[in-house]
Design a protein around this ligand. Structure first.
Ligand SMILES: [Zn+2]
Ligand SMILES: [Zn+2]
Length: 281
């Protein structure tokens, strides 16, 4: 095993919320000495289906997957020998057989090098919108109980880990904590131990990789969740900047790696075409 830099969850302007073009993202990653650079443009079929049903809170653009895979495969060849570019995708999970079928079809057609399976929406609405945290009561909009919304998310998360399509990485566990209206937004392990254990055990049993996502103010998941994953025998972990702009590539990596080493992790796992590459940290 060699010590190499990895960043296996990034976006570009192919994604609706991307800021920098893919060519610039790759150029910057190479300049930073990244050895394994994973591109995971958003594929939000969860939202596409919600739009068809008229349930979606806000309509958004979608990644042109045909254009993306075509362009990215060419760039992958251009970088061969200089940097390992992994052409992947980030799937937005939904409890919907139509969505699963669309993801399976995409996998069949484009054979992504890796897939990050993430939750962004519940019932077709992105947690980012905030409305999930409220309900109507006697004609008034009131905040829902924190434990109720978080346990609802963790139940959905467990079903996403059990998704019936192939994927490699479980993305940003704790996503709703970024957008929750509560004074204390945290999702501590001890308060949700039963639900979180079920998720972590499922990740380990299925041989999936747990992501540490450094795009926010603090990494997702929390350190206590990562400690529990390690205690349960989980060793496969991934670092993600989740960069949407060149300035964010490799963001917070040193802090994440220091934390992982303190917990006991000795390597990062990079998925590529069904293989798992161990990279020493
Ligand atoms: Zn995401
Ligand atoms: Zn992402």
């Amino acid at each position: 095993m060699a010590t190499l830099l990895t960043d296996v969850h990034t976006h570009s302007t192919f994604s609706p919320d991307g800021v920098s073009p893919l060519e610039e993202m790759l150029k910057t990653a190479l300049e930073q000495g990244v050895a394994f650079y994973g591109v995971s443009e958003h594929v939000n079929y969860d939202m596409l289906v919600a739009e068809e049903d008229g349930r979606v809170y806000a309509t958004e653009r979608h990644t042109d997957v045909e254009d993306y895979f075509h362009t990215a495969r060419h760039l992958q060849e251009d970088y061969a020998g200089a940097m390992n570019v992994l052409v992947g995708a980030e799937f937005g999970y939904a409890d919907d057989a139509r969505v699963s079928a669309m993801y399976k079809a995409l996998i069949e057609k484009y054979r992504p090098d890796f897939i990050v399976n993430s939750i962004h929406t519940i019932d077709g609405v992105d947690y980012w919108c905030g409305s999930t945290f409220y309900k109507e009561e006697k004609g008034e909009r009131v905040e829902r109980d924190k434990a109720e919304t978080y346990k609802e998310y963790l139940a959905l998360l467990l079903r996403s880990v059990q998704a019936d399509y192939d994927y490699d990485i479980v993305g940003h566990i704790g996503y709703p904590t970024r957008y929750a209206p509560y004074a204390d937004k945290s999702m501590p392990y001890k308060e949700y131990a039963q639900e979180i254990d079920a998720v972590l055990r499922e990740i380990i049993a299925r041989g999936k990789i747990l992501e540490v996502n450094a795009s926010g103010d603090s990494p997702l998941p929390n350190r206590d969740v990562l400690e529990r994953y390690y205690a349960l025998g989980g060793r496969e972990i991934s670092y993600a900047s989740d960069a949407h702009a060149t300035t964010r590539i490799m963001k917070g990596r040193d802090k994440v790696i220091d934390m992982l080493k303190e917990i006991g992790f000795t390597y990062i796992t990079v998925p590529c075409k069904g293989e798992k590459i161990k990279v020493e940290i």
